[in-house]
Write a protein that binds this ligand. Sequence first.
Ligand code: ADP
Ligand code: MG
Length: 246
Amino acid sequence: ARSELVNAERLAAIGKMAAHVTHEIRNPLSSIGLNLELLEEEVATSDNKEASQLVVAIKAEVERLSRIAEQYLSISRRPRPRLERERVEDLARELVAFVQPELDRGNVTSRVEADDDLPDARLDESQFRQALLNLVRNAREAMSKGGELVVSIRKADGGGIDLAVDDTGSGVPEEMRASIFDPFFTTKQRGTGLGLAVTRDIVEAHGGTIRCLGREGGGTRFLIHLPAAGATEPGAKAVEDEELVA
Ligand code: ADP
Ligand code: MG
């Protein structure tokens, strides 16, 4: 619990510093995006191939910047989770369906498997979606030549839910597994190193844990354990009770 607190405080401090800059960047960025859309229409009717290629390239970079800004804002502004009883399987299926077009483009097939009679969990739907999305995007990025993504949801031994995100990608070297959750740790040329830090922060705020495991034959498994709805850990329960009062 102590290390959870340190993680959360560290992320919050980074978030505060980043929030100001990000805020200043976000407005001009969205106006660039809007103007770019207008320019795109102009260029489309002008029959100028070179210009439209340039617009496409600029658009991709603007989207990348927006995503970075979004990630920084998500660490600085994340409120305490508002826990509600949810079916984890439904959330996972919705999320995978949402990213399927992205996965298709990367030749990644996907599957969601779930035990029968799974217990519900107490979740903040939008935060938990963000946590899963970060894992799924990493999985896709690790499978640059295509592969298979499997999300499985099982009843955990001793209660609660184990949710695994498996990929057939490049894998994480064993000695790196302790570092990948650190803020700003990235091996990607264009990575922010914030995805897993945010995901761990969200999972821990739900009273859960997350681990990175290797898979036989290559690839990576991220395993999230969540307490069952009836048995939420004292920390998360307290938040919930406070909100009921407020
Ligand atoms: P980013 O994706 O911006 O690099 P993350 O915090 O999401 O930041 O991930 C940190 C690092 O962990 C990645 O740069 C990569 O080296 C490693 N990693 C995360 N997920 C996977 C995965 N599914 N397969 C292989 N490596 C991964
Ligand atoms: Mg990432």
